[in-house]
Design a binder for this molecule. Structure first.
Ligand SMILES: [Zn+2]
Length: 442
């Protein structure tokens, strides 16, 4: 009979995100298998579910697992390797040379595994990830029971994964089909950026995305130089070029978008383009600032991503949401722009929508997947708890996340990661550190 039981999580507060701006006191989530089957006052749960095991989280708040809508997980191995540089100098002279020297299946698997450990420990339960060797990325997510959108890279330059745009597309098809049955993994096509993909590459990507019925995930209008470079070369801003090629539509997940005219914002709204805002990466690389308030006013869904730790330098989504809220206030000159509740939505339900998973994750509602994080609000930096949502966005560090579940499975218990051999992982990371710092042979 025990098999018929699920389990109950009783927390002092629950922020279910839907309904908007709600905090429930002394409620509990009831989980069966991978699904939330009830959300009720604790007093009722004992009569309704007698004998079901209960985890009591006194002075904790439960939130939906955070959704990181843009990153390059394997680049965690390059954390702090090249900082305080302009984007193109950073890419051309530092990041890409190391990557071309070292990237292989093991590098990507180990780097992604490092990122997964950091993401779980800071409350993220779902991530969109773009990198070479997406088969290695996917294996790391599968081995760790972590929800992910595996983005299949397309770039015109030869690399260890593929040599031409055509070969990238062929490998994308094979990788997509190999993951079709996975319950936690979806896929997207990820042409790298307008300046690294040809018109032909974009046309083939669009046709394939339609064929496979998957989205397109693209760095777009990241910097002023990108836009000016495109104007100099083609006479068009990248968005105009992509519009002509047919890519500005509701299957586009556009990342960064720091350089936008009001006409472009109207076009994006009309076409249902969704946006991943990466405030820390944009600030650190001095790329520009995404006009989040204008985009939201236009009705565009804006989610949040960390980008890679090589340009962040962490995967802490709570820190990212704080940056998103503060930056929006600073830019608009209005302290009412992006409330704490709205920031939490950007990191949960907006991210779920961005990934086409709003029916599954992003809020704590009956019928949704049990992707959950708890934060211990008994720590001094949360006292007194006048407003739990404010404490989460403005006072918390991701490292104060205490428990995490993905699809009903416990991934962190009382600040200890479950099923991850950290000693082994760290020894592999140190080996990569040595290789990264060993100069290439002349
Ligand atoms: Zn990126």
């Amino acid at each position: 009979m025990k098999d018929a039981f699920g389990f109950i999580i009783h927390a002092t507060w629950i922020a279910p995100v839907r309904p908007t701006n709600t905090v429930l006191k002394d409620h509990c989530l009831v989980i069966k298998d991978d699904i939330i089957i009830d959300l009720i006052p604790f007093a009722l749960s004992q009569s309704k579910y007698p004998e079901w095991p209960v985890q009591i989280l006194d002075q904790h708040i439960l939130i939906p697992g955070l959704v990181n809508t843009h990153g390059h997980a394997a680049m965690s191995l390059l954390r702090g390797y090249a900082d305080d540089l302009e984007l193109m100098d950073w890419l051309n002279n530092h990041i890409w040379p190391v990557e071309s020297r070292l990237i292989d299946y093991e590098y990507v698997y180990d780097g992604t595994s490092l990122a997964i450990a950091e993401m779980i420990s800071t409350g993220t339960t779902c991530a969109a990830d773009t990198y070479f060797f997406p088969d290695a990325m996917a294996k790391a997510y599968q081995d760790n029971h972590f929800r992910a959108q595996v983005c299949l890279p397309i770039i015109q330059f030869p690399n260890a994964w593929a040599n031409t745009e055509e070969e990238h597309l062929e490998k994308a098809i094979a990788t997509h089909h190999s993951l079709a049955e996975d319950k936690l993994i979806t896929t997207a096509l990820a042409p790298h950026a307008p300046y690294t993909v040809t018109d032909q590459g974009f046309e083939s990507t669009l046709a394939l995305a339609k064929d496979l019925k998957i989205p397109i995930h693209l760095h777009l209008h990241e910097t002023k130089d990108e836009v000016q470079g495109a104007i100099d070369e083609t006479g068009h801003r990248p968005i105009e070029r992509l519009r002509k090629l047919g890519l500005i539509n509701n299957s586009l997940q556009a990342v960064h978008m720091t350089q936008l005219t009001s006409a472009e914002i109207s076009l994006l709204a009309q076409q249902g383009v969704q946006i991943a805002h990466c405030p820390d990466s944009n600030l650190k690389l001095a790329s520009g600032i995404c006009p989040v308030s204008d985009l939201r006013d236009a009705g565009i869904n804006v989610a949040v991503g960390t980008d890679s730790v090589a340009s962040n330098n962490n995967l802490d989504m709570l820190a990212e949401l704080r940056s998103a809220a503060l930056l929006a206030k600073g830019i608009t000159g209005k302290a009412t722009t992006i409330t704490a509740a709205e920031a939490l939505e950007m990191g949960t339900i907006n991210g779920a929508k961005f990934l086409g998973l709003a029916d599954k994750i992003g809020s704590l509602e009956v019928g949704k997947q049990a992707d959950i994080a708890s934060i211990d609000l008994s720590a001094p930096n949360f006292q007194p708890v006048h407003n739990p949502l404010s404490q989460i966005i403005y006072s918390a560090s991701g490292h104060q996340v205490s428990n995490v579940w993905i699809g009903g499975r416990k991934k962190m218990h009382e600040n200890e990661l479950i099923d991850i051999n950290l000693d082994l992982l760290m020894s592999k990371v140190r080996q990569w550190q040595d290789k990264i710092n060993t100069p290439a042979e002349q």
